[in-house]
Design a protein around this ligand. Structure first.
Ligand SMILES: [Zn+2]
Length: 399
């Protein structure tokens, strides 16, 4: 390389810098880009059906919605039970009871395909926030929120997905858990607590503490856990959540992009670390990913923890984008016969922090400036060479 540079004096140090930067960037993209090709299969997830599941959840009890410890929370758990019983009476139901500050809470788990020992967990929280702590109207901040997106959307996708996957269950080589967490959303934000003294993710922490009660650790293993949180809002766009196992989250992004959802799963992503229900599973060593949006600084969906997190801020298309991406993920990885399988990042052991989109843009701008400088000094040098050539020519003529 050095010899080549010496033999090519037109290449100056600025353009060398740019070439190195360019090669490094390409290398980084190639290393991190998942080798994913969606298997060709017709997806059946229906966004309108999922939208209906959101509507039902937020209309079950408009006094408290699904606040922990209320009848609304119980009504919602019953709704899930009825929906799964409609799919099949053979689906195992498990109710995980626990209490937080003396209030009774309940995680709800449904298991399918239990003859398979490798478990995929699909999860969402179903409690709604007890107080609209970020509502623009300060007088309304003590009211409970409908939580159409924050809570109900993820559960709605799970319900519709369960129905669709059950129809192909005998072609799937994994056990499926549909897991609904209570007590996720009552922690303290900028406007105070949902419920005084509660932490975030109480339900998922308790669930993982008791995990050994829910499976046979001598026979069964966990493949991965995928969490859905705020997946049905208008202008849906997922972020690079940094606690997530990156090889799993990247795979979901690539699957979504190949389905044509390039706005919802952008190449340049906002990066952030979100305290959510997947953390306890990651700490337990289970590859986990959180499909979640930018909810703290997003003019395109500014309804987080406000009373406007209602049905008007939901899009059936967003629900369908999420549902079909998950449906494709399951078929890609677990369809039988194995010949239908595609290349995936399984078993999702690789994990790294992604660069924030701001840093990527900054690096690109720096590279562009370096390239401009290189081009500029090259042109100046060319001009000087030409000038001295003209001078030599004219002095030659004189001689
Ligand atoms: Zn929330």
């Amino acid at each position: 390389m050095v010899a080549w540079l010496q033999n090519n004096p037109k290449i100056n140090i600025n353009s060398v810098g740019f070439i190195i930067f360019f090669l490094l960037t390409c290398g980084a993209i190639l290393i991190t880009a998942p080798n994913i090709q969606n298997s060709k299969i017709t997806l059946s997830f229906n966004g309108n059906e999922a939208l209906n599941h959101v509507s039902v959840q937020i209309s079950l009890n408009t006094t408290h919605y699904r606040t922990p410890g209320t009848k609304g929370r119980q009504d919602c758990a019953n709704y899930f039970v009825n929906e799964f019983q409609d799919i099949s009476l053979n689906i195992t139901q498990i109710f995980h009871n626990f209490s937080v500050n003396s209030i009774s809470c309940q995680n709800v788990l449904f298991k399918m395909n239990e003859n398979k020992n490798n478990i995929v967990i699909l999860a969402a929280h179903y409690d709604s926030r007890a107080k609209a702590t970020k509502d623009p109207d300060l007088n309304l901040r003590n009211n409970p929120i409908p939580g159409a997106n924050d809570g109900a959307s993820g559960c709605a996708v799970l319900l519709e997905l369960a129905e669709r996957l059950y129809q192909r269950l005998n072609t799937l080589g994994c056990q499926l858990w549909f897991l609904f967490f209570d007590a996720e959303d009552q922690g303290e934000d900028s406007g105070g607590y949902g419920l005084n003294g509660w932490d975030w993710c109480e339900g998922s922490n308790k669930f993982v503490e008791d995990l050994s009660l829910f499976y046979d650790s001598t026979e069964e293993t966990f493949e991965c856990m995928i969490l859905l949180d705020m997946v049905g809002g208008t202008n849906l766009q997922f972020i690079a959540e940094q606690y997530s196992t990156s090889s799993l989250l990247d795979e979901l992004f690539e699957i979504g992009r190949q389905l044509g959802y390039t706005y919802q799963f952008p190449l340049l992503r906002t990066s952030s670390s979100i305290t959510d229900d997947h953390i306890a599973f990651i700490d337990r060593g289970i590859p986990s990913a959180d499909l979640i949006i930018n909810f703290w600084d997003n003019p395109l969906w500014p309804y987080h923890h406000t009373l406007n997190d209602d049905i008007n801020s939901i899009s059936s298309y967003s629900l369908e984008v999420t549902g079909k991406t998950l449906e494709q993920f399951i078929y890609n990885n677990y369809l039988i016969p194995e010949s239908l399988k595609y290349s995936s990042n399984a078993p999702w052991l690789f994990d790294m922090n992604a660069m924030d989109s701001t840093i990527v843009i900054l690096l690109l701008v720096m590279g562009f400036i370096l390239a401009l400088l290189g081009l500029g000094s090259y042109l100046i040098k060319q001009r000087k060479d030409k000038k001295s050539q003209v001078q030599i020519d004219s002095s030659t003529k004189k001689a």
